[in-house]
Design a protein around this ligand. Structure first.
Ligand code: AMP
Ligand code: ZN
Length: 231
């Protein structure tokens, strides 16, 4: 059941959406489930950070907005995600992390999924309390090479400051500073939180206890996704 061989025969053929506030564990869990099913992990935050690093036109537009902890305008996000979902590696399903974040994005995603022949998405809503979110964001470090996420408190690397997988340098995200974190939580509550009801009303959302440790959360997520996977 848990073996890679068994999973290799299973396909998700859906969009799996991770919804929840910053620090709830979306990135970590999204990576794990994408790996389990061999489907792409689409993080709009990672895509923007990549544009910023490469200093593209899109990166230059997004950067000041991200530094304030606000949301990048819908049309920019949508253009980027549309192009990504249209690629052939997404045909067996994909994992969305940090998208959609506004009602307009959720509605556009519905149209995109329909256009690409996907059925209803599965929305995994990671629930965590505010104190825990702040602690997780304060301790978060990301590998410069592969983007793996560590936490100084909950999930430290084996060698301090270095990624377990590739030895890459672990760095703090500039938007994990306390004042920016507060704005990101505000953006979440005002613009993204309404999506919980949007998806719940459609019967496609499940609450997942995000306060548990990484392994326990993965266990819940794997069980939920395995149930809808098809041979
Ligand atoms: P994340 O890594 O998901 O926390 O995203 C980092 C930053 O990128 C956010 O604070 C936003 O400024 C921007 N961003 C990422 N995804 C979106 C989205 N779907 N809509 C608007 N802005 C986004
Ligand atoms: Zn790494």
């Amino acid at each position: 059941m848990d073996s890679a061989v068994a999973m290799a025969r299973m396909a998700v053929q859906r969009a799996l959406i991770f919804l929840g506030p910053p620090g709830a564990g979306k990135g970590t869990q999204a990576r794990r489930i994408a790996e389990r099913y061999g489907i792409p992990h689409l993080s709009t935050g990672d895509m923007f950070r990549d544009h910023v690093r490469r200093d593209t036109e899109l990166g230059r537009r997004a950067r000041p907005i991200m530094e304030r902890g606000e949301l990048v305008p819908d049309e920019i996000v949508l253009g980027m995600i549309e192009e990504r979902i249209a690629r052939p590696d997404c045909r067996q399903g994909f994992v969305l992390d940090g998208f959609p974040r506004t009602l307009a994005q959720a509605e556009a995603l519905d149209r995109l999924l329909e256009a690409h022949g996907f059925g209803r998405p599965l929305v995994l809503h990671l629930v965590a309390d505010e104190a825990q979110l702040l602690r997780r964001l304060a301790g978060r470090r990301t590998c410069k090479l592969c983007g793996a996420v560590y936490n100084m408190y909950d999930h430290p690397p084996k060698v301090p400051g270095r990624c377990d997988d590739d030895g890459g340098e672990l760095v703090e995200r500039p938007d994990d500073r306390e004042d920016v974190v507060r704005q990101r939580l505000t953006s979440y509550h005002h613009q993204t939180r309404p999506l919980v009801e949007y998806y719940r009303a459609r019967g496609v959302l499940v609450d997942v206890d995000g306060t548990a440790d990484i392994e326990a959360v993965s266990h819940q997520v794997f069980a939920l996704v395995d149930r809808i996977a098809v041979p």
